[in-house]
Design a protein around this ligand. Structure first.
Ligand code: B16
Ligand code: MG
Length: 211
């Protein structure tokens, strides 16, 4: 049976999650809104507009739809500037080696990311061609923990659900994988996730789980 692995991007293959944090923090400071790392952790895997709603709700702040769009655009501008120097050396430890090993084993690979910047990041990391399918924030209408992003990736790979793994750093992503009936694997911030089917400390440990 063909096997498939769907990778989340931010926080799994590359630490762009830190750049998201810095961009939100800058925007929040300019608006006199409270924002810290604990609140930032709730934004992992969550879409840009849903993330902004979480920050505004936490601050009990009311903005018009127009003002919210402007704030989200501003945050994304800060984020994009921080991505300009991104290059293959920024990939997380063991990421490239793991992608190569999975390819050699004939495993189908996909990206399942909430980010509208995913393709830009993959190009910067020079790994776009590793993936048989890329589903990102431009392809979905529902944010994780909704299973849409992973169901679309699994369908695009054409593998059975029982042979399709999802590797995630966010609790919202683990929940999305479970709701899609795929095999969830937690890493980094989700290394101790109670809902994950498997947890790993480093990407190369994926190979043992899949074989
Ligand atoms: P953008 P992932 C997610 O990516 C990030 O974890 C989350 O922090 C971010 O808000 C979301 O993408 C949207 O990103 O503003 O670039 O469209 O973890 O699902 O790869
Ligand atoms: Mg992530």
């Amino acid at each position: 049976m063909n096997k498939g692995v769907i990778f989340d991007l931010d926080g799994v293959l590359v630490s762009t999650d830190h750049y998201h944090y810095l961009a939100w923090k800058r925007m929040a400071e300019e608006e006199n809104l409270a924002f810290d790392e604990t609140l930032n952790n709730q934004l992992r895997g969550v879409s840009r507009m849903a993330s902004l709603d979480i920050i505004l709700t936490y601050n009990k702040a009311k903005y018009s739809d127009e003002a919210k769009t402007a704030l989200a655009t501003k945050k994304n501008t800060y984020y994009r500037v921080s991505l300009e120097d991104l290059n293959p050396t920024h990939m997380l430890p063991g990421a490239l080696k793991t992608l190569n090993t999975l390819k050699e084993l004939g495993v189908k690979l996909a990206i399942g990311s909430s980010s509208k910047n995913a393709r830009y990041i993959l190009n910067k990391l020079e790994i776009t061609d590793y993936f048989d399918a890329i589903v990102d924030g431009t392809d979905i209408t529902e944010s994780k923990p909704h299973p849409e992003v992973f169901l679309k990736a699994q369908e695009a790979l054409g593998v059975e659900k029982s042979a399709c793994y999802v590797i995630e750093d966010a609790e919202s992503g683990i929940e999305a994988a479970n709701r899609a009936n795929l095999i969830s694997i937690g890493i980094n911030d989700a290394e101790t996730s109670p809902q994950a089917k498997h947890t790993i400390h480093a990407l190369p440990e994926l190979i043992k789980i899949i074989n």
